[in-house]
Design a protein around this ligand. Structure first.
Ligand code: NDP
Length: 322
């Protein structure tokens, strides 16, 4: 069973189906995953002219279907993972939409992560039309333009630097009077003449006709002093963190402090949370994690796809060992 329909889930399905494992893939709340919130994909190998993310995800789905993957539309609401060491042990149990129970020999968790947004109405309105949560994915569309990045952590600094290599000007909007990023990243941002850091600024609205053309900011000079500012921008990039979609599995699968699933080194094998202590972690047999739910670092479709491939290969090995 594969939970999630992003690049990790579909790739796992293609490999599992071709290995005759009869995968069942549960779509989850957003068929196609996080990638479908972007405008165009230009960095996935094999699409020299770029590709609409819906087309790309649909291609992956059809490829998985061609080899016999079965799909279930719905949301996984409960799981029960067991210590499955032999074929006679209880199977893993997964409930979809609270009511439908499915049992599986192996489970690949590929539930992805969700970028955090500020929660502004205008931000929702312009999503995919100037608002993005991935500079690597969308930065290219803003060549020689002016953009803003929100956040003061390593991701924000990295994205600001990346965008400065493409854009005319980059505003870095930071809510505190300092950056949280590592010293080296801070230095890079401060040294970059194209980046202007706006400390103690908060975005209150995005403006524009059909696409982002500006942002209204509040500059807090210390309570109760406030100043409203307006900047002209073509793109607005969120870099205020991601939340891995793993809460459902927390009873069974070991996670880091941010909620990313911990896997066994280079292997997609999950650890059993119930058998995890400070100095020891034990494997949860037959449960694997792939893609952004276990990857706080890269968050790229191609990396997620590769980890889906690894998870399916490992699942096949485990399956044959039962
Ligand atoms: P972080 O949690 O480190 O930083 C999030 C940033 O967003 C903070 O500056 C935070 O502000 C700000 N923020 C959060 N919510 C809001 C909001 N509502 N409005 C405005 N600003 C907000 O997340 P990152 O994604 O940057 O990093 C995650 C982890 O990954 C970190 O451990 C980081 O070190 C690591 N990483 C490492 C990289 C590298 O080594 N090359 C690259 C990228 C990430 P505040 O500071 O006020 O809380």
């Amino acid at each position: 069973m594969i939970i999630g329909s992003g690049p990790a889930g579909y790739t796992a399905a293609i490999y599992a189906a071709r290995a005759n494992m009869h995968p069942l893939l549960i779509d989850g709340p957003q068929q196609g995953g996080q990638l479908t919130t972007t405008t165009e994909v230009e960095n996935f190998p094999g699409y020299p002219d770029g590709v609409d993310p819906f087309t790309m995800m649909d291609d992956m789905r059809r490829q998985a279907e061609r080899f016999g993957t079965q799909f279930v539309s719905g949301i996984v609401t409960k799981v029960e993972f067991c210590q499955r060491l032999t074929a006679n042990d209880q199977p893993h149990k997964v409930w979809v939409n609270d009511t439908d129970l499915y049992e599986a020999d192996t489970v690949i968790i590929a539930t992805g992560a969700s970028a955090k947004y500020l929660g502004l109405e205008s931000e929702r309105e312009f999503r995919g039309r100037g608002v993005s949560a991935c500079a690597t994915c969308d930065g290219f569309f803003y060549r020689k333009k002016t953009v803003a990045v929100v956040g003061g952590g390593d991701t924000a600094c990295e994205e600001a630097n990346y965008l400065a290599g493409l854009c005319e000007k980059v505003y870095l909007i930071v809510r505190k009077p300092f950056l949280r990023a590592s010293a080296v990243m801070q230095e890079r941002v401060k040294q970059n003449p194209k980046i202007e850091i706006l400390f103690e600024h908060n975005t209150v609205e995005l403006t524009g006709e059909g696409k982002v053309q500006g942002a209204t900011l509040v500059f807090r000079k210390g309570e109760p002093d406030e100043e409203i500012r307006h900047i002209n921008i073509d793109g607005f990039f969120l870099a205020i963190g991601h939340h891995p979609n793993t809460d459902l599995f927390k009873e069974y699968v070991a996670r880091d402090a941010e909620g990313y699933i911990l896997t066994d080194g280079n292997s997609p094998q999950c650890y059993d949370q119930r058998l995890t202590t400070n100095d020891q972690r034990l494997i949860l047999p037959g449960v694997f994690a792939a893609g952004d739910c276990a990857d706080p670092h890269y968050r790229q479709a191609i990396v997620a796809a590769a980890s889906g491939c690894k998870a399916a290969i490992e699942a096949d090995r485990y399956f044959k060992s039962l």
